[in-house]
Design a protein around this ligand. Structure first.
Ligand code: ZN
Length: 90
């Protein structure tokens, strides 16, 4: 089954690394690789191109991905983690 046609501006999905702090009582980040829709959940416009973001977290350098949506809506990590756990939108 093809993942996408490859001929549209919006990609079907994005695979990104995000920092998950939801389950740490001391706010430490766990990097998770998740797959999310390629479009903004609020307006349906395309999400921005992910780029790596290095940050220092309690003694270790970690890398996550950031992206800037052209529509201006901001995707918070907790929101995209929840989106990935809900599964693909239909
Ligand atoms: Zn949007």
């Amino acid at each position: 089954m093809p993942l996408s046609s490859g001929h549209t501006n919006a990609v079907a999905t994005l695979t990104v690394r995000v920092a998950d702090r939801r389950h740490s009582p001391v706010d430490l980040a766990t990097i998770r690789t998740i797959t999310i829709a390629g479009t903004c959940p609020r307006c349906g416009g395309p999400r921005g191109e992910p780029y790596p973001y290095n940050f220092y977290d309690d003694g270790a350098w970690l890398v996550a991905d950031c992206w800037d949506n052209p529509c201006g809506h901001v995707d918070l990590y907790n929101a995209v983690l929840a989106e990935a756990e809900r599964g693909p939108r239909t």
